[in-house]
Design a protein around this ligand. Structure first.
Ligand SMILES: C[S@@+](CC[C@H](N)C(=O)[O-])C[C@H]1O[C@@H](n2cnc3c(N)ncnc32)[C@H](O)[C@@H]1O
Length: 252
């Protein structure tokens, strides 16, 4: 049910061409690793490495990794998002394998076949993040890197801004159902079904699947003089995203 809705929502976003469906530019492709990796989490070169861009359709990550010489597989639920990767790879004469699948069920990918899994914000679209991490742990080689970004729980709990301009944490933290639509839906995608993952799931489940966390950042999205109600204002109070660098323990 949620998969069907999310596929339709993302097919529409792909056609509307917003920030998430912007393909990599020529300028970005001239410095692909610098563009992908402002934090220095990636190795100096990814040439020849097997990279899985997970839930990463839209022609940005896949094209950049392929431009850097990696052997790239991109998995996404939305055929329209994937078509941007395929079209752009063809135009640039890059080799990118595109697979339509859900991130929590990847039987078409062999175990221990990737050196890097890169996942942009997307775990909010599945109810059980543990299943996603289990697949990532399975497909990564020992010592392989998992780089991901997620919506923070608090950001997903915010429902609105009240009359005194404070942000209202209006949704319960401990929940098993998907998130209802809210007045302040600016970090939500229209038509998509989303789930809140608690820190014990976002971080704890990663550890339980045998990955070791090497770094964790909350990119600052605040602006000092932003007007009340703007993204920059909200960003001073609530971090919208968390980025995690984790590594699969080497197989013994
Ligand atoms: C925020 S976009 C990420 C893509 C984008 N290239 C970026 O730079 O952020 C989230 C992606 O997750 C995909 N998605 C949603 N649910 C999914 C699922 N269950 N399995 C795989 N991909 C899914 C969407 O189709 C969409 O392409």
């Amino acid at each position: 049910m949620s998969q069907k809705k999310n596929k339709a929502a993302w097919d529409q976003i792909a056609q509307a061409r917003n920030n998430f469906s912007k393909v990599a530019t020529d300028r970005e492709c001239r410095d692909p690793l610098g563009t992908l990796d402002s934090r220095g989490w990636l190795p100096r070169s990814v040439a020849g490495l097997d990279v899985l861009c997970l839930a990463s359709g839209g022609g940005w990550q896949s094209i950049l990794y392929a431009s850097a010489g990696a052997s790239v597989t991109v998995v996404d639920l939305s055929p329209e998002m994937l078509s941007l990767d395929v079209r752009e790879a063809k135009r640039r004469e890059l080799d990118v394998r595109a697979i339509e699948a859900s991130m929590d069920h990847l039987p078409m990918l062999g175990s221990a076949t990737f050196d890097i899994v890169h996942q942009p914000v997307s775990t909010c679209y599945v109810s059980d993040i543990g299943k996603v991490y289990a697949e990532i742990a399975r497909v990564l080689r020992g010592g392989g890197l998992y780089i991901s970004q997620h919506k923070t729980p608090t950001s997903l709990q915010v429902t609105r801004q009240c009359s005194s301009n404070e942000f209202v944490v209006g949704l319960e933290y401990y929940r098993t159902t998907s998130l209802p639509s809210v007045e302040d839906g600016r970090y939500r995608e229209e038509g998509a079904i989303e789930y809140l993952h608690r820190w014990e799931e976002l971080v704890g489940e990663l550890c339980r699947q045998g990955l070791v966390i090497e770094d964790l950042r909350e990119p600052y999205r605040g602006e000092r003089f932003a007007i009340s109600g703007s993204h920059g204002h909200r960003g001073r109070f609530v971090a919208p995203y968390v980025r995690i660098k984790a590594r699969r323990l080497p197989m013994s």
